[in-house]
Ligand binder design. Structure first.
Ligand SMILES: [Fe+2]
Ligand SMILES: [Fe+2]
Length: 339
């Protein structure tokens, strides 16, 4: 593991300690993979068995062979596989394909199938709107799920659902899909999980004790980060209310293709990097104490990309690490940012 230091992240860690915001700590040590550890027990939290899980997000695979995005996803898989302490599972937070084509989704499943650890997945908008999730569900299963693991309750929800705008307009499946391709397309409107999933969520957590740590996965963030780019979930307030009884909720998301952190009430929101390309930060001031991450090399199109590895400790405390590129990538891409 090649360690590098990111000045902004050091500052963030320092402020986290001073402010007592200790439910989440992130240390940037690479660019292609992240690791989250839950490392500190705190009063009022149920003790859990330590473990780690990885997150890989937004591969955006194209059709055909030998695309650079294939190699970048393969790199993330290799990084996870060579960890001496394997994650218990790997969460795929959406947009495994770029156009939602069945061959792209099948290729994603095949590459991710090389992981030593089992995977769980939720869809992104790129996976869904060509065939309304048929190929994705065929490859990855349910788009809404939960399970308990070593004392932590995990929830995954499809967060990219919108009301039907295509039937009346007589759009073809490809036209419907294409309206979701631009980051700033207003046609699909704001997306969310929908009432059916909200009802499911209420029932899912009804009998779970408030001191159980909860980890939630959605494709887009559970707060209004930048709705114009659908950096949001339209029913995130309802979700936060349903999960409001829990002492500690950690929510991981993809879609934004960069790191971003926020805390709303008991819910800590963490954006994971993409394995395909980095989106820019939206033109807003990020909520304290987050900083925009540096792009050390603007000419390096892979700079600022990657995925995440999460390790869980005794009380639902998450620690994220980002790992360096694999040996298969050019040396200039291995060494991280210089500050
Ligand atoms: Fe994406
Ligand atoms: Fe997306």
């Amino acid at each position: 593991m090649t360690e590098f230091r990111d000045k902004s992240r050091r500052q963030f860690l320092g402020m986290s300690g001073m402010a007592g915001l200790s439910t989440f700590a992130a240390q940037a040590i690479g660019v292609n993979l992240g690791l989250v550890d839950v490392v500190q027990a705190q009063a009022g939290r149920r003790s859990v068995t330590p473990f780690r899980f990885a997150i890989i997000s937004d591969p955006h695979l194209y059709s055909g062979k030998d695309h650079v995005f294939d190699r970048q996803l393969e790199d993330a898989v290799a990084q996870v596989n060579k960890l001496s302490t394997q994650p218990d599972f790997v969460l795929i937070t959406g947009d495994v394909s770029h156009h939602g084509e069945a061959d792209q989704i099948a290729k994603g499943k095949a590459i991710l199938g090389k992981l030593r650890a089992p995977i769980r997945s939720i869809p992104g908008e790129h996976d869904w709107y060509l065939d309304m999730g048929a190929a994705w569900r065929g490859a990855f299963g349910q788009d809404v799920w939960s399970f308990d693991h070593k004392g932590v309750h995990f929830i995954g929800m499809n967060s990219i659902l919108v009301p039907d705008f295509w039937t009346a307009a007589k759009l073809t499946p490809a036209q419907r899909r294409d309206w979701f391709m631009p980051l700033n397309s207003p046609v699909p409107g704001l997306w969310g999980v929908g009432d059916k999933t909200l009802d499911w969520l209420r029932k899912d957590v009804e009998k779970i004790s408030a001191d159980v740590p909860v980890v939630v996965f959605t494709h887009s963030p559970l707060w209004d980060y930048y709705p114009r780019w659908n950096f949001q979930v339209s029913d995130s307030k309802e979700i936060r209310d349903i999960l409001g009884k829990f002492v500690n909720v950690m929510a991981y998301h993809g879609h934004v293709h960069h790191t971003v952190y926020n805390k709303v009430g008991n819910l800590t929101s963490i954006g994971t990097m993409s394995t395909s390309w980095p989106w820019p930060y939206p033109p807003i001031t990020l909520p304290f104490p987050e900083y925009q991450q540096y792009r050390a090399d603007p000419s390096n199109t892979s700079d600022g990309m990657g995925s995440a590895l999460v390790a869980m400790d005794t009380a639902g405390e998450g620690f994220v690490q980002y790992l360096p590129f694999a040996d298969s990538l050019p040396p200039a891409m291995k060494n991280g940012f210089k500050t």
